[in-house]
Design a protein around this ligand. Structure first.
Ligand SMILES: [Cu+2]
Length: 112
């Protein structure tokens, strides 16, 4: 009888440990990836130059009523009015990009 009670208590304790470890694993969070936003407005990138950490996701959003087309060595993407495009820069370096449709429209991403 006493043995059964001990076993029952042990089983409950084991269950409690199991449940608390489950809770721990679900509450663990990983640091969210950093993002940097660039606005395309009045035929210019704003900010024109950004310095970011490697692994940062850059998001461009077209606020103009005109279509723009991002072009760099790594990407080429058409942004219709209201569109967004994102690219994650994992390697350090200086990346220049421009708009294929409008000549002096360019920007720089510096990845440190
Ligand atoms: Cu443009």
């Amino acid at each position: 009888m006493a043995k059964r009670l001990v076993f029952g208590i042990l089983a409950l304790m084991a269950l409690a440990v199991l449940l608390s470890s489950c809770q721990q694993s679900t509450t663990q969070t990983t640091a969210p990836a950093e993002t940097s936003k660039i606005m395309i407005k009045n035929f210019a990138f704003n900010p024109q130059s950004v310095t970011i950490k490697a692994g940062t996701k850059v998001i461009w959003t077209n606020f103009d009523a005109e279509t723009h087309a991002l072009k760099s060595t790594f990407f080429e993407h058409t942004l219709y009015p209201g569109d967004s495009y994102s690219y994650t820069f994992n390697l350090t370096g200086t990346y220049n990009y421009y708009c294929l449709l409008h000549s002096p429209e360019n920007g720089t991403i510096i990845v440190e």
